[in-house]
Design a protein around this ligand. Structure first.
Ligand SMILES: C[S@@+](CC[C@H](N)C(=O)[O-])C[C@H]1O[C@@H](n2cnc3c(N)ncnc32)[C@H](O)[C@@H]1O
Length: 298
């Protein structure tokens, strides 16, 4: 299948761990997409007992999910330990003394990989994954989500599509042939991965978000503060010299609009339900459900 992207886990974990203190200052897009997903949850009638916030980062969404589903136990899983520590601190600060109220379920913070979830089969009713799955091999992550979801459970997620950071990608392409921006899968590949994992009734759509920067250096600095590093295997090694950055900056000027440099993000939103069976592949390995069927579900 064309959707096999294997990011280097240790590099991803290190980059996000190092960004735990700076992440909230620059996570503008992440807050927007998280809120959009919460709005979408309003339209679904569910009463989850256990919620998995997958790739929970600094934990902003844990309190928001708890407000929405006060009876549920939240489980935060992230590959970066420092992110989880931040999340726990934040939860304690958000809740204050309320967290000791009778019946209040303290969230569990668990270090783990979305592709090998440290959770039992059929143990979760809702998986909420905001801008985390683009760091994973999608089929493996969806298979794990399908495994841990109880029958009737819901996955709600956002991830990034291939037009993401196109300005930066083109600017680097003018300078060298190395991959500088991570590979993001298109909606078709995301849908295929969901079907392959056995998730059912997927609904996907995409939206464009644009962040504005004074220049490409500020854009790259924000990405670093987010922990969003280049994890391509064939990436250029070593430090990037000033003269190279100067050339990237010059190449990026073609994208300037009204004095600002845009960073496009193609956000793919999706949800699906836990399927009965874990593998819906035909005998020949093909996926028997087409994107046409997916569109009909919209
Ligand atoms: C862009 S942040 C999003 C954080 C959070 N969901 C939010 O809305 O702010 C991506 C998070 O996914 C985590 N992550 C990346 N790869 C992961 C994996 N394989 N398993 C679990 N978490 C992962 C990172 O450590 C990071 O905290």
């Amino acid at each position: 299948m064309s959707n096999v992207v294997r990011p280097q886990k240790s590099r991803v974990a290190r980059a996000f761990a190092a960004a735990a203190d700076s992440y909230d200052d620059v996570a503008i897009l992440q807050r927007q997409t998280a809120d959009e997903m919460l709005d979408r949850l309003d339209l679904v009638k569910i009463k989850p007992e256990r919620i998995l916030d997958l790739g929970s980062g600094t934990g902003r969404n844990i309190s928001l999910l708890q407000q929405r589903y006060p009876d549920a136990r939240q489980v935060a899983v992230d590959i970066a330990y420092s992110m989880l520590l931040r999340g726990r601190q934040r939860y304690r600060a958000d809740q204050g003394l309320r967290r000791w109220l009778p019946g209040r379920k303290t969230p569990w913070f668990i270090a783990g990989d979305a592709e090998q979830l440290p959770l039992a089969d059929n143990s979760v009713d809702l998986v909420y994954a905001n801008l985390a799955l683009q760091w994973c091999e999608l089929t493996a992550a969806f298979q794990e989500i399908q495994r841990v979801l109880r029958p009737g459970g819901l996955l709600m997620f956002s991830t990034l599509g291939p037009d993401t950071l196109q300005e930066l990608r083109h600017s680097w392409a003018a300078v060298d042939d190395y991959p500088h921006i991570n590979v993001f899968l298109d909606m078709h590949d995301v849908a295929e991965a969901m079907f392959a994992a056995g998730l059912t009734d997927p609904v996907l759509d995409s939206d464009r978000h644009c962040l504005l920067y004074p220049d490409v250096i500020a854009m790259m600095r924000d990405l670093q503060q987010l922990g969003a590093r280049n994890v391509n295997n064939g990436r250029r090694r070593g430090l990037t010299g000033k003269h190279i950055l100067h050339r990237v900056k010059a190449a990026s000027e073609q994208f300037r609009v009204n004095g600002q440099l845009p960073a496009t993000y193609e956000v793919i939103y999706g949800h699906a339900w836990a399927g009965e069976i874990s593998q819906q592949t035909a005998g020949n390995g093909d996926i028997p459900i087409s994107l046409k069927q997916l569109r009909r579900n919209r």
